[in-house]
Design a protein around this ligand. Structure first.
Ligand code: ATP
Length: 364
């Protein structure tokens, strides 16, 4: 029996509710078969840890994660701690420390979800956005001098390296190639940003030659927002820089019906380090501790985690169950206009997972 070591980092806000829900679902899946099991280790890092220790996670915290097969993350954010501290002190520390350079965000309109684009059929919106996750606008290079003075200067430098762009382009082309439509859109802004983004375009063209069966096009980021709304079916796999994809993927999540559903994976494609899986929503302090959080984004993140671990059958089974759950309006949480609780949705998912197995056993 294979044992997967999973680090759980609930973090802040509703992360403390949805990560345990994700663990329950993974346990339920493992219980239906005897080829793998999970060994979970939880870490109490985040805003409360910061209040006690002055840091979001311990200095040598990455060493505690290094031997894990994957990380299940909740969210980092606290109304009493500046956002740049919560973000850089925990989530980005892990993403950058483990060189998880590919951030992958699938978006679909799941069954039963009332998405805002009335002319868009569910099958028209089936995207995967690949976000460059290690450099670009969030490289962390910059500074502030003469703070508070009229002559104050502040810079955030966007850094693109040939090595960084080549690896994310290759990852995106490979992902596009693995999907039925073999279609990639490279998002750019090389009309206005005439150095790094021009290199980005040139490298896209260079890498495209390695993937002759992938059809690809280029789109300016501003035009891409309009295209997502007006011509969603013209997109499939999308690759963009850190900032561009950050914005586009929130739009994508909203167009698919709710922030509470969307998952993301921070992948180290070379598998030197554990990859990290998380819902895209934040800490949502307004609803924390009330059993109101939609756990589906976390469950879908677990689907991505299982796929990354090579457990494709379990991954597909969980995705099927998620779709059964979203198709049932009595299991919609408040963000979807329903009144189901986090615990009810989690229980329904676990029961269906066990039920599926029961049906399979009976049929056999
Ligand atoms: P952060 O500052 O950590 O990014 P936030 O609270 O500003 O978090 P989000 O958590 O991304 O922002 O979400 C915005 C709002 O959407 C929340 O305040 C909440 O009302 C709603 N929301 C987000 N995620 C969920 C969820 N999983 N279930 C239900 N509602 C959600």
């Amino acid at each position: 029996m294979k044992t997967y070591k999973i680090a759980c980092i609930p973090g802040d806000g509703i992360g403390k509710e949805v990560v345990p829900a994700g663990q329950q679902v993974l346990e339920a899946l493992a219980a239906t078969q005897n080829s793998f099991e999970f060994k979970f280790t939880s870490f109490d890092w985040g805003g409360d840890y910061y209040r006690k220790h002055g840091v979001m996670m311990p200095e040598k915290g990455l060493d505690d994660l290094r031997d894990k097969d994957a990380i299940l993350f909740g969210s980092a954010g606290d109304p009493h701690i500046p956002d740049h501290i919560t973000l850089w002190g925990l989530r980005l520390k892990i993403c950058q420390g483990f060189d998880q350079y590919a951030n992958v965000r699938p978006t679909r309109i799941l069954p039963g979800i009332d998405a805002p684009l009335k002319r868009c059929k569910p099958e028209d919106l089936n995207w995967v956005i690949v976000r460059e996750n290690s450099e670009g606008e969030y490289s962390g290079v910059g500074g502030r001098v003469h703070q508070g003075q009229p002559i104050e200067v502040a810079t955030d430098l966007s850094i693109l390296t040939r090595a960084g762009v080549e690896r994310i382009m290759r990852f995106a082309f490979r992902l596009a190639q693995s999907r039925p439509r073999k279609l990639l859109t490279v998002v750019t802004k090389s009309n206005a940003q005439r150095h790094a983004m021009v290199m980005w375009d040139e490298i896209a063209l260079q890498i495209s030659k390695e993937f002759p069966d992938v059809t690809w096009d280029k789109e300016l980021v501003d035009a891409c927002t309009a295209r997502m709304v007006n011509r969603p079916a013209s997109l499939d796999t999308v690759v963009a820089t850190n900032l561009h994809a950050d914005v586009l993927s929130d739009l994508a999540a909203a167009l698919a019906g709710s922030l509470g559903i969307a998952p993301t994976a921070n992948i180290d494609p070379e598998r030197r380090y554990p990859s990290m899986f998380e819902p895209i929503h934040g800490s949502a302090f307004d609803i924390m501790g009330k059993d109101l959080a939609n756990p589906v984004g976390t469950f879908w993140s677990c689907v991505m985690m299982l796929e990354h671990l090579g457990e494709n059958a379990a991954s597909q089974r969980l995705m099927q169950v998620i779709e059964q759950i979203t198709a049932d309006p009595s299991l919609h949480t408040g963000d979807l206009g329903g009144s189901a609780t986090t615990a009810q949705v989690t229980q329904a998912v676990c029961e269906r997972i066990s039920g599926t197995q029961e049906t399979v056993r009976r049929a056999a």
